[in-house]
Design a protein around this ligand. Structure first.
Ligand code: L34
Length: 293
């Protein structure tokens, strides 16, 4: 069993980006600039956004964090989005999810200008991704593809089971892996809450991407010997042992599943850090106007 070190690969990618930024700036370009809107103060979102800002510093980007209160109106949040759309200094921005329940997430995502949508959540970017057109690919699936590639894990002709059909991970992941591209060409089965006899699918999988958000959902008897297991879950569960009062749990029962795997990602230190690196990569593309001229 080989552990996939997402933290290491993420830092390597950021190092490469930092060098490129240094050269860009030396030749007179302005620093790429990522902005993030954070609504409320959900613990997970605070941590993830802080990591994104820190990564900006690491690679030499400018960053702006816009905090809005939990009770912000949809109108005022839309105004913040419009301001960033029109701010010529900002190359790309994100609105960290989840949003409070009184806000319609789709209205917010659709308000982001596609050329600045470095999360790749806007219907234009999702549509372009499906059609193999230049676009921002959402950060978590993009990060997973990068991890598989970094570890030279063959995807062509492999059977991949994706568990979970969310807009931000499961659905785009299943599409990317099925594409006729070097990092695709998988036979993909997309499983979800209505799937019957889930184990009959996962037991046939060469690669399992577990993205349903239920801690320790994937057990040893659901995994074929030698499978590659990618754990996307990061659920915070209360823990008396931890100083912070919680522990991060993946969707995979790691201790029993890992011995059966050829490769597996840990939580933390697997997919999470790659989400950050991919966002930084998308922001560089935005600054260079490589996707939208
Ligand atoms: N708009 N909302 C928007 N874009 C995103 O790309 C996200 N996502 C998901 C939640 N909401 C979003 C993230 O940023 C999940 N996510 C994310 C980002 C980073 C990490 C996990 C999830 C991460 O760095 N995880 C670390 C541990 C962090 C901790 O200690 O809590 C890890 O090693 O897994």
């Amino acid at each position: 069993m080989q552990l996939i070190d997402g933290k290491k690969i993420s830092l390597q990618l950021q190092e490469t980006i930092a060098k490129e930024v240094e050269q860009m700036v030396a030749s007179g370009a302005k620093k790429p600039h990522l902005a993030a809107i954070l609504v409320g103060n959900d613990g997970g979102s605070e941590t993830y956004v802080a990591s994104k800002i820190k990564a900006c510093e690491r690679v030499g980007f400018n960053s702006t964090l816009i905090r809005l209160p939990d009770n912000v109106t949809e109108e005022n949040l839309l105004k913040a989005v419009h301001d960033l759309n029109n701010n010529h200094d900002v190359d790309g921005f994100i609105v960290q999810l989840p949003l409070p329940r009184h806000i319609n997430e789709h209205n917010i995502i659709e308000a982001v200008k596609p050329s600045k949508d470095v999360d790749g959540f806007h219907p234009i970017n999702v549509g372009r991704m499906v059609l193999n057109l230049p676009c921002y690919v959402s950060a978590t699936p993009y990060g997973i593809v990068h991890l598989l590639s970094a570890y030279k894990i063959e995807t062509s002709g492999k059977h991949c089971v994706v568990i979970g059909r969310s807009h931000i991970v499961g659905s785009p992941m299943s599409i990317l892996l099925a594409k006729n591209t070097a990092l695709g060409n998988c036979t993909v089965t997309l499983c979800h809450s209505k799937t019957k006899d889930l184990s009959s699918h996962t037991l046939k999988a060469d690669i399992i991407i577990c993205a349903l958000g239920i801690p320790e959902f994937l057990k040893a008897d659901m995994v074929k010997e030698g499978a590659v297991v990618i754990d996307v879950g990061t659920t915070r569960v209360v823990s008396a042992e931890s100083k912070t009062g919680f522990k991060l749990k993946g969707d995979v029962k790691f201790d029993v599943v890992a011995p059966k795997c050829s490769y597996i990602t840990p939580v933390p230190g697997g997919v999470g850090p790659m989400t950050i690196a991919s966002l930084i990569q998308n922001t560089l593309l935005a600054a260079k106007k490589e996707i939208y001229k």
